[in-house]
Design a binder for this molecule. Sequence first.
Ligand code: ATP
Ligand code: MG
Length: 430
Amino acid sequence: MSHIVEISTDSLDGKEVSVRGWVYRIRSSGKLTFIVLRDSTGIIQMLSSTRSLSEEQHKELSALTIESSLEATGILHKDQRATTGYEIEIKNFKVYQRNDNFPVSKDLGEEFMLDNRHLWLRSREFTAMMKVRSTVFNAFADFYNRNGYYQVQPPIMVSTATEGGSTLFKVPFFGEEVSLSQSSQFYLETFIFSLEKVYTISPSFRAEKSRTFRHLTEYWHAEAEVAWIHNDEMMEIEERMIEYIVGQVVKHHEEELKILGRDIELLRKIKAPFPRIRYSKLMEMAKKEWGLDLKYGDDLGADEERAITVHFDKPVFVTHFPTELKTFYHLPDPENPSEILCHDLLAPEGYGEIIGGGERIWDLAQLEKRMEEYNLPKDDYYWYLDLRKYGSVPHSGFGLGLDRLCMWIMKLSNIKEAIPYPRTVRRTRP
Ligand code: ATP
Ligand code: MG
């Protein structure tokens, strides 16, 4: 066998090459057999015939099934009739494994496809999705590394709730009980007193019983926390970060976006700044402009945000939520304490919230008062309160659901299509 090349390697026209991979399609007309081979870089058509192979060899290749694994050598030449533009006429080959029937093909029902996710992962669509997802994760880290942030690793097993008890997962722990982290925010806050600008990419766990198109019980949470930064500045950093990530996807994944049927032109328009709308104003617009049954004080869930964001083609920040809609650590607006200095970033085209962030209360007395209103035991939060006792500073942060970001960027219909192994109320397999 000659040197193995990647299937999508250019400028090998007329040369002898070896490729290896998996049978993607196979069709035989007796004398000629066309095998489309797939590797991690793409697909290529190969031809088996008795012109360059023995009768027996041609028979062996013709009997291959989808997803059989092999290595093949032959001359590569341009061929406009080939689906892939090139064709390799096979001269020599080695079959690693010939399959029985590969169980997964399209449209076999959602549950079947989820049961067989470990095999469905190989599909072209899923491969395209995973490549884009890889870029999204890398671009997030890349953006913050370039901007002087430190990557930190908070714990996953914790004993302090951040987002409230109702969605906590409890796990046995040497005769006691701990919870799985819902957010790393409080730990990130501890790091800003030495590192000032920190981020993490870490799984978060939420016992979400509601089954919406955007909720998982285990998801990938990208969070940052920054000393000395106010709500407005935080939003500026976030919109640049989103622009950067989308830009990287557009730059590197034209092919994948095409496979996924995503309109790349819409993504090219994702440029900062993003519109900023106060919650109070948004409620007015929702009623007057879009005829939605929403009023001041209503919380925004998946359905409401879908109805709102279909009217946008760029992400939009919603700011100044009523204080009672958000949890205790958010900083009330000093000019109007009934609203807080926070923001949600809603993805357009019906997707809704991808980021929740804002300014944190940094005054000890104010934080203690808010915790009393929420009946939170101060002892459990002693370390969080300590941060307000020793060198406290104004600071802000955010949490971004990376699976939700992927879902929107690739215009997938459900968050389960944006993660390889989704965990939901009914599914922890495979
Ligand atoms: P939602 O209102 O949609 O339940 P949330 O307000 O509870 O979300 P935050 O606590 O603000 O979410 O978490 C920060 C980010 O984490 C969200 O903006 C979202 O992108 C993501 N996220 C939250 N819960 C989930 C989940 N169950 N599955 C996937 N991503 C999630
Ligand atoms: Mg939120």
